[in-house]
Design a protein around this ligand. Structure first.
Ligand code: FMN
Length: 189
């Protein structure tokens, strides 16, 4: 069975909702998924490092804070210098997602950082593969309303609880994204 690991941080629970939706999509595509939450101190356990080494695909996720990943995610990224030395993640599938309060909010900067991290590890980056919903008839809860090709973007209004945001259409988009990454990983396995 294709193994997908989702490694992400969430300060207040909104990005967790996006991560769970990505997980649901990957599971629906037949993958075994390990959901790894980077803790408040920016750490993961030895067993979780082993799970990343065993995965065919690693999906990186972080809220956008001040236009990039959270410091906890960056601490994790710096700790990946250990697997980097021996390039143990080489040729694994990589993908990324971010959640933030604003429609734009510089989420693309965060995705660019996740992409760069994947390339340092010689991984194979996969984007959303989804057309944008950008016609006059487009509605906020359409699939890929935030129109991202490079990776998954979700938006949680600044006053929304994790139960209220990310918005339903973005969570549906997250599921399709998870499905896509698992399907591509299966093809290349
Ligand atoms: C320190 C900090 C910086 C933030 N910077 C941004 C930002 O650059 N762009 C944006 O749209 N939202 C920004 N936000 C809002 C968060 O992205 C938003 O609340 C998000 O849903 C938090 O996700 P989480 O609950 O998983 O931590 C920021 C929030 C915090 C706490």
């Amino acid at each position: 069975m294709t193994k997908v690991a989702i490694v992400y941080h969430s300060g207040y629970g909104h990005t967790t909702k996006a991560a769970e939706a990505v997980q649901a999509g990957a599971v629906a595509a037949g993958a075994e998924v390990d959901l790894i939450l980077i803790d408040k101190e920016g750490n993961i356990t030895d067993a979780q490092w082993a799970s990343l080494a065993a995965a065919q695909a690693i999906i990186f996720g972080s809220p956008t804070y001040m236009g990039t990943v959270s410091w906890q995610f960056k601490k994790f990224a710096d700790a990946t210098s250990k697997p980097w030395y021996t390039q143990v993640w080489k040729d694994k599938i990589a993908a990324g997602f971010t959640n933030s309060a604003s429609m734009n909010g510089d989420k693309l900067s965060t995705l660019h950082y996740l992409f760069t991290l994947s390339q340092q590890h010689s991984m194979i980056w996969v984007g959303t593969g989804m057309m944008p919903s950008n016609s006059k008839a487009a509605q906020r809860n359409d699939i890929n309303y935030l129109a991202s090709f490079s990776g998954l973007m979700t938006q949680s209004p600044s006053d929304a609880s994790p139960e209220e945001g990310p918005l339903p259409g973005d969570l549906e988009t997250a599921k399709l994204f998870g499905q896509r990454i698992a399907t591509v990983a299966k093809k290349l396995a």
